[in-house]
Design a protein around this ligand. Structure first.
Ligand SMILES: Cc1cc2nc3c(=O)[nH]c(=O)nc-3n(C[C@H](O)[C@H](O)[C@H](O)COP(=O)(O)OP(=O)(O)OC[C@H]3O[C@@H](n4cnc5c(N)ncnc54)[C@H](O)[C@@H]3O)c2cc1C
Ligand code: FES
Length: 284
């Protein structure tokens, strides 16, 4: 049982929670995630990135979008309530090293939350970090101040032009690839369609591009096969081999097809899917 220490609503359906978890806070590294189970009675297990952690104060932070049954239930819990099971840290940590050129971190929508610890780690490693943040509109942008504080340059894009540039994130990404000082490495986290097009943008420039895959997960141990993906024609499990992979090798079309597997069982439309379809339509 883990206690909720703080709760804040960041936008219409995005919430930030501090959870008491001293052992996880001590161990966690950038790129790792938790599997959370709210209910005692075999409730759904959902993966959420460790957006932040404080080992001295013994807490981890999650930032999540209330898209379906479990995340909506989680959003209704309050300070002082308990979460039944919090498992972690899981997954391979992000590989961070000193780079000669800039590292470009692209976060789309809620993808900005899992990007935060990666930006922080590159900043600490002394890399020049250029962050590109994208959202449908100004109201949906999260963590602008935190990202600005850690980035040498921050580029904001909105679909409707209500804030920053009226562009998809791939437009400034392409400009950076074409510049005199192109990225040494690109990280992209967001809806699968956004990560796919970020990888397609950097491919002609041969800029190494990592993506963090948000597949459906069940056990988080590599046993159930729920999170399997095809990477360079090899089967990998996001929970144990990932969540980060070489974006140029990911079979995004297969991944997106598998993510829709449970769609007919859902009584509502997923916001991530709606956003992804809009982005896909714009790219065509
Ligand atoms: C490693 C990892 C880290 C993640 N980190 C975060 C995070 O920091 N913040 C955050 O908000 N989300 C994150 N996600 C996504 C999050 O796990 C899903 O949004 C959540 O499982 C949805 O559960 P639900 O019961 O609320 O929705 P459901 O009722 O299960 O589903 C609602 C809709 O979302 C779709 N869906 C279900 N699970 C996923 C999934 N894992 N990815 C994409 N679509 C899904 C369903 O097809 C359905 O249409 C992460 C996923 C992974 C794999
Ligand atoms: S979640 Fe079961 S194999 Fe990854």
């Amino acid at each position: 049982m883990k206690k909720i220490l703080e709760k804040k609503q960041l936008s219409a359906d995005v919430f930030r929670m501090k959870i008491e978890a001293p052992l996880i806070a001590e161990e966690r590294q950038a790129g790792q995630f938790l599997i959370i189970q709210i209910d005692q009675n075999y409730g759904e297990r959902i993966p959420l990135t460790i957006a932040n952690a404080n080992a001295e104060e013994g807490f981890v932070e999650i930032i999540f979008q209330a898209v379906g049954a479990t995340t909506q239930k989680l959003s209704r819990l309050n300070v002082g309530d308990f979460i039944e099971n919090v498992l972690g840290p899981l997954g391979q940590p992000t590989h961070i090293e000193k780079k000669d050129g800039p590292v470009v971190c692209v976060g789309g929508g809620i993808g900005v939350a899992p990007m935060h610890p990666i930006v922080e780690a590159h900043h600490k490693a002394g890399n020049k970090v250029i962050t590109i943040m994208g959202a449908r509109n100004k109201e949906l942008l999260i963590m602008e101040d935190e990202m600005r504080a850690l980035s040498d340059e921050l580029i904001i894009c909105t679909d409707d032009g209500s804030y920053g540039r009226k562009d998809l994130v791939t437009v400034p990404l392409k400009e950076l690839c074409e510049s005199e000082n192109p990225p040494s490495e690109v990280f992209a986290i967001g809806p699968p369609i956004m990560m796919k097009f970020c990888a397609e943008t950097t491919r002609p420039f041969a800029v190494p591009t990592m993506v963090s895959l948000n597949t459906i997960m069940v056990d988080g141990t590599g046993m159930c096969g729920g999170c399997r993906v095809s990477i360079g024609n090899e089967t990998k499990f996001v929970c144990v081999d990932g969540p980060e992979f070489d974006g140029h090798l990911v079979d995004f079309d297969n991944m997106m097809l598998r993510q829709k597997a449970y769609k007919k069982h859902e009584a509502h439309r997923c916001n991530l899917d709606v956003e992804a379809e809009k982005l896909e339509a714009k790219q065509k």
